[in-house]
Design a protein around this ligand. Structure first.
Ligand SMILES: [Zn+2]
Ligand SMILES: [Zn+2]
Length: 262
């Protein structure tokens, strides 16, 4: 198989499930598998992606909205899952570990056909959570969907990617006014929780570089965020930064997004 374009397709993103297809020149890969096998296949079909074209599942962390369909999908298509050492044992105990597993250490880099996968640690309430830099033939796609804070080390990893997939999880006021338990609010707002709209918007000052062309906003909360509000805030920020050239998309929970090609 040879893909004509390299890029990424979001099959869906949000607190009920996250999955992306990475298109390298020589193969497709699933990044996270937070939907059932059936739903993953259905969404791929909607995007014209054959499930048989997927050569591996690359997992960011063990939360169910990222691993739900990992074992069943990987085993059905007899492909490996790439998981951090710190979560392999956990997944095994939960009977969620596929037959074929390749373990990596957070912060390490490994090569797959058509792509170099550079992992980096993020602050999130999981065992060994990572973000990714995917180095394709001529471009780089950076993905960080679950992280509680934008540390300098993460800024360095995400800066100047051609395509940036970044979380904009919640609106602070909406989260505080929601009827969620205080403990949950604190968890989400904490350094190991999720990024709020404003933090994500402000971080763009440091993240967008001359190469950056696309911004995909991920993991948008259904209850504690407002897509119109988020879009307005981000557009204002891009305007302020004189970066109206950037193609911005708000990813959805309920369906796939059209492919974003570099
Ligand atoms: Zn998570
Ligand atoms: Zn998540």
């Amino acid at each position: 198989m040879e893909n004509c374009c390299t890029g990424i397709t979001a099959l869906g993103s949000g607190s009920s499930g996250n999955a992306f297809v990475l298109h390298s020149k020589y193969a497709n890969y699933l990044i996270d598998a937070g939907f059932s096998r059936k739903e993953l296949c259905k969404r791929m079909d909607m995007c014209g992606i054959a499930p048989e074209s997927i050569r591996g599942v690359i997992i960011s962390h063990e939360h169910s909205d990222h691993v739900k369909g990992c074992r069943v999908f990987a085993d059905e298509f007899d492909i490996p899952a790439y998981v951090a050492c710190g979560i392999a044992g956990y997944l095994e105990k939960k009977n969620q570990l596929p037959r074929k597993v390749v373990e990596f250490i957070a912060g390490s880099t490994f090569e797959l056909p058509g792509v170099q996968v550079k992992t980096f640690q993020v602050s999130h309430d999981a065992l060994e959570p990572v973000g990714f830099n995917f180095l394709l033939s001529e471009n780089r796609i950076a993905v960080a969907t679950d992280l509680g804070c934008m540390e300098k080390s993460i800024v360095n990893e995400l800066y100047n990617a051609d395509i940036l997939v970044l979380e904009a999880n919640y609106d602070l006021k909406m989260l505080l006014e929601s009827d969620r338990k205080n403990s949950l609010k604190h968890r989400i707002m904490g350094r190991s929780g999720h990024l709020d709209n404003r933090t994500t918007a402000e971080s763009l000052i440091e993240l967008l570089g001359p190469r950056t062309r696309s911004l995909l906003l991920a993991h948008i909360s259904g209850e504690c965020n407002d897509r119109d509000l988020l879009e307005k805030l981000m557009k204002e920020q891009l305007n302020k930064l004189h970066r109206n050239d950037i193609q911005m998309r708000l990813l959805q929970q309920d369906g796939p997004d059209v492919g974003c090609y570099a």
